[in-house]
Design a protein around this ligand. Structure first.
Ligand SMILES: Nc1ncnc2c1ncn2[C@@H]1O[C@H](COP(=O)(O)OP(=O)(O)OP(=O)(O)O)[C@@H](O)[C@H]1O
Length: 837
């Protein structure tokens, strides 16, 4: 019997849930007292001071700390669901204390379709056991909770009624029921089973949106639940149109995996998101599911430490930078930049000289004479008036401080050394040969430096008279003396400041940013892109990289970041600075110091901390995977070489112009791991009226591709508005204002990328509920209402423009207004060309 207007039945059912919730809170309070007692007790034991007592204290405090932390975090609204079940087939209790059988027993339903509810389970964010170990609340991720999500009227299993309980703090506010077996006359404790409301899903979907995403834990649908709980073997691929819950499912899956195998995922879960806006939008979901520390949500432009993409590339430059052909270009650049650095170092100018002396290894030959006397080395380099290079080098490299404290460039096209009273000289030609021979290997350029140093010493040694002397020792069988002679020579030279300066200048430590900056020089880049990019592409690339400035510290684009990551591999990562460790071992051992401050830490800070500590993850989730360029796939792939993967995306929303190339790079990143594919088919975001309009663009963008089925309808059709008097700003502002009056939540105004700054000004003063977004920034986000400005502009902005427009049109949960400008050629009804039937 579904209750519509009878408040008494509703109130009674709310009372039933309140009673249960009270019981749960009483139990939680007991547990908090227990945890506090444990912590106090542990602290007292700590005063005893024996090693055994300390170890015990640490273990206890750690456990209690975890407990308190979880309880405090999850005290709000953690019980949200309930299922009423028929008697199951096997009657055995599972690990959660629940009957685990999924199918009803043969005699659970009588011939007259009457049935008695045999078991009721409450579902929440964490499990709570009563003092007799019976489950008061079952963790939503536990197997026993699965029927709450999996049961449908088509395949109900044992579930007769699924109830969502809404509560705030300790107070139950309402309940929403879905009847899974409407054909039965079910009773509970002899009373007919009451059914309240129109179902939780519809209630959730109709709610106003804020600027942050909510979890869907109380209304996960069966096809989504299959993905969330899919075993984490190798690669799980999830496809589905806009609004099918892909992002929501990805986040819930992270929480599920941690629950299911916490030890395995202690290696960390990385969620790669397309934009910082989407990171900000989604980062509250995991904490609301009781999971935080192990999951890092990062924008694809922030995956490299110390780099944060803030600039945008125009589509043609983005296309070059994202292409897999860049691997070759970067390889050439990483090696070529080294040469460039040396070449560009100033010649002529002040002359630097340093002297060094060393007592030679006082080995004695057979005659009792000193094998060699005092080695005198003298290195001569010439200082230039400054360096013209834009190559990033490690601190104190190309330039060296002269005796007068002034910095001067070191000449690198010649090396002169005085050793054993003899002048040894390597000319440009020889130096070049040595460099080429070192570079013929494949090792990262910065890691080849020790080898370059050795070959330099070899070449100098070969020219010194000492080489033949050592040869004589060798022929007399005195290898030790020969080695000592050579060792002395090497030590002497390499302890000279001038030699070190020369090496630093001739083989500087290259930084990824420095090499990118060097690529902004069109002439040099032309050499590195030969036969890989055409001239136009090469020029575009160089121009776009000028943004980084001569030292490479300028603003980066999201595509630059993937190039930096590739360069880091090609150059060899500089050693990471060691983290300062607290010396007091107790501070490292106790749970509290570690756990308590975490509550103050935001998801972003946590993500940053995790990323700083980790370069590889146990599981990688890629959201909006259709947008990763080949270079980005390589970057993400490096972070999950040993990982299992969940890859979530929709080809129809891809803003990358060459999907085949990206698919190839994706295959490379994921390797030969087997893949399991899922498709989500229901659009939970857009009402049917908006989905229908978007489907027209989909038909143009990807003919033959199916649209997801919209789950609800609002009766409000999209509105078409034509710019009046050529004043786009005024028209957009007016439409945004109009929508603000019609919805309670947020309004998004989506414009072509080149208009995004302008658009923010158009909306000034309209308040925080409205935001302006570039079309690419709208990825993954949603608003109660949207204004899509000039569809033709968005569609023309890049080769993938129609797909980008499809994304823009599918952001609204309630109302959509399309503003068409002059070039959109609206018909008499104001419908722009692209959106006509
Ligand atoms: N089972 C559900 N119950 C309630 N709300 C849901 C459910 N599934 C999805 N939603 C809601 O539908 C909206 C769309 O979800 P989400 O953003 O995850 O979709 P998506 O597939 O990632 O979309 P897009 O591809 O457009 O980025 C969100 O508001 C989400 O909370």
């Amino acid at each position: 019997m579904r209750d519509t207007g009878h408040d008494s039945v509703r109130d009674r059912e709310i009372g039933v849930e309140q009673h249960h919730l009270d019981q749960v809170y009483r139990r939680l309070e007991e547990k908090i007292h227990e945890a506090e007692f444990l912590m106090n007790d542990a602290a007292k034991r700590g005063q005893v001071g024996t090693p055994g007592a300390l170890a015990e204290r640490d273990a206890q405090v750690f456990r209690a700390g975890i407990h308190l932390n979880r309880l405090n975090n999850e005290f709000e609204d953690f019980l949200f669901g309930r299922i009423d079940l028929l008697r199951g087939k096997d009657g055995k209790k599972g690990p959660d204390g629940a009957y685990t059988s999924v199918e009803p027993a043969d005699d659970a339903i009588r011939a007259d379709r009457a049935a008695e509810i045999a078991e009721t389970l409450h579902i929440g964010r964490i499990g709570v056991l009563d003092s007799d170990y019976s489950p008061l609340v079952i963790d939503w991720r536990a197997p026993a909770a699965a029927p709450f999500y999996r049961s449908t009227p088509v395949d109900p299993g044992r579930v007769v009624r699924r109830r969502v309980v809404r509560s705030k703090g300790r107070k139950v506010l309402g309940v929403e029921d879905d009847l899974m077996r409407p054909e039965l006359t079910a009773s509970l404790d002899g009373e007919p089973l009451a059914v309240i409301g129109d179902g939780a899903l519809m209630a959730a979907l109709g709610q106003a949106r804020s600027h942050t995403m909510r979890d869907i834990v109380s209304s996960i649908q069966a096809e989504q639940d299959l993905v969330i709980r899919a075993p984490a073997a190798s690669v799980t691929e999830v496809a589905g149109g806009p609004g099918t819950g892909k992002t929501a499912v990805a986040l819930h899956r992270a929480a599920y995996l941690l629950y299911q195998d916490r030890r395995r995922y202690a290696g960390g879960i990385l969620i790669v998101s397309p934009t910082p806006l989407l990171v900000a939008y989604t980062e509250g979901v995991l904490p609301s599911l009781g999971e935080e520390g192990q999951v890092a949500i990062r924008a694809v432009g922030s995956l490299v430490d110390g780099a944060e993409a803030t600039a945008y590339d125009e589509p043609a430059a983005a296309r070059v930078k994202g292409s897999a052909r860049m691997v070759k270009v970067l390889r050439h650049a990483a090696r070529g930049a080294l040469e460039g650095a040396a070449e560009a170092t100033g010649a002529g100018g002040r002359r630097g000289r340093s002297r060094g002396g060393r007592r030679g290894g006082a080995g004695q030959d057979g005659s009792g004479q000193l094998a060699f006397g005092e080695i005198e080395t003298e290195i001569e380099t010439e200082a230039g008036a400054g360096t013209a290079t834009g190559i990033g080098v490690g601190p104190g490299t190309t330039t060296g401080a002269g005796a007068d404290g002034a910095t001067a460039a070191v000449r690198t096209d010649r090396l002169r050394v005085v050793a054993f009273g003899r002048r040894l000289e390597l000319e440009a030609e020889e130096l070049h040969r040595i460099r080429q021979s070192v570079l013929s290997g494949t090792a990262p350029v910065n890691l080849l430096r020790p080898r370059a140093r050795r070959l330099l010493l070899d070449a100098l040694w070969a020219k010194s008279g000492a080489a033949s002397r050592a040869g004589e020792y060798l022929s007399k069988g005195d290898a030790e003396l020969a080695a000592e002679l050579r060792g002395g020579f090497d030590d002497d030279l390499t302890s000279e400041d001038a030699f070190v300066e020369f090496l630093d200048a001739w083989w500087p430590e290259l930084t990824p940013r420095g090499v990118l900056a060097a690529m902004a020089d069109e002439r040099r880049l032309g050499r590195w892109t030969r036969r890989v990019l055409n001239q136009g592409e090469s020029r575009r690339l160089a121009r776009s990289l000028r943004r980084l400035g001569p030292d490479g510290t300028g603003p980066l684009s999201v595509h630059d970041v993937a190039l930096l990551d590739e360069l880091e591999t090609l150059l060899g990562a500089p050693p990471r600075p060691r983290k300062r460790r607290d010396l007091d071992p107790l501070d490292q051992l106790t749970g509290l110091e570690e756990l308590m401050p975490q509550r103050e830490e935001s998801q972003r800070e946590r993500a940053e901390r995790l990323a700083a500590e980790r370069t590889e993850y146990a599981h990688v989730i890629v959201d909006e995977a259709q947008d990763l360029t080949p270079m980005q796939w390589r970057m993400v792939g490096r972070r999950g070489r040993q990982a299992t993967w969940t890859v979530v995306g929709d080809a129809a929303q891809s803003s990358w112009s060459d999907p085949d190339e990206a698919a190839e790079a994706r295959d490379e990143a994921l390797g030969a791991r087997p893949r399991r594919r899922f498709t989500l088919t229901v659009n939970y975001r857009n009402p049917a009226e908006i989905a229908e309009l978007a489907a027209k663009v989909l038909a143009l963008a990807m003919p033959g591709m199916e649209s997801p089925r919209a789950v609800r309808s609002t009766g409000v059709r999209p509105r078409f508005s034509v710019v009046r008097d050529g004043d786009l700003a005024a028209s957009v502002r007016e439409e945004a204002r109009r929508l603000l009056e019609r919805v309670d939540g947020t309004v998004g105004v989506v414009v072509a990328m080149h208009r995004r700054q302008q658009a923010a000004r158009w909306l000034a003063g309209l308040g925080e509920r409205v935001v302006a977004l570039g079309s690419l920034e709208a990825k993954g986000l949603e608003y109660d209402a949207t204004v899509v400005v000039s569809p033709a502009d968005i569609a023309d902005e890049s080769p993938a423009g129609l797909r980008v427009l499809y994304v823009a049109l599918t952001r609204a949960t309630q109302q959509l207004t399309v503003v068409s400008a002059a070039r959109d050629e609206p018909d008499a009804d104001g419908v722009p060309d692209l959106l006509r039937d």
